[in-house]
Design a protein around this ligand. Sequence first.
Ligand code: MG
Ligand code: MG
Length: 255
Amino acid sequence: MVELKTDTSIDAMYEAGQVVARGLTAVREAADVGVSLRELDEVAHAVLREAGATSPFLGYRPSFAPTPFPAVICASVNDAIVHGIPTAYRLRDGDLVSIDFGAQLGGWAGDSAITFTVGRPRPADLRLIDTAERALAAGIEAAVVGNRIGDIAHAIGTVCREAGYGIPDGFGGHGIGRQMHEDPGVPNEGRPRRGMPLRHGMALAIEPMLITGGKDGYHAAPDGWTLKSNDGSRAAHVEHTVAITEEGPRILTAR
Ligand code: MG
Ligand code: MG
């Protein structure tokens, strides 16, 4: 079931979204060569505490997971695509880092992700990040009343495929509101003019995931959480929580 949000509820979701935005900005500022993923998790946790918000990630246990998620961010480095657990690993020169972060505030959820490099970046990573951001922007641009879910999926998939990147199937965006994960699913590839019509008051987390090698295959690492590309190629993941309104898409996690 898809819950349409009132304009007041969307304003409340914006407040939750802005906690997420502040957390991601703080994590990005803190991230550097030698800094551990656990330290980045602590930076994000401090932002939640300061805002009086809680984490929808901490303790989260979907059906595929062997253990409850132990942190407030996902930190996915290099060939990790999504769902990386922040460990004691210290960032190295040239690492490609995706951070996914959520907040629950006033009964509403926000969810957003960024990908960046630390130290001296590889040109191929910068191209990957640029494409991921263009795919996200294209998806958001398609998130308008009168379009359908398939139009968002098609817009994202087209940008990724034209650049030659792989797209892990079975993972993508989702409705969001009181819970972090709600209906409908928002795939990262699909056919235009298909799927649920978009209506004023829908809120969606739109989140392209791209694999450099062009292949779509992935597997779970031994921790049971981290998804890694099968061929070891590097990956990016970017995400915004977006409300669909008659006035156009409103990015609730805008930084
Ligand atoms: Mg997320
Ligand atoms: Mg999400």
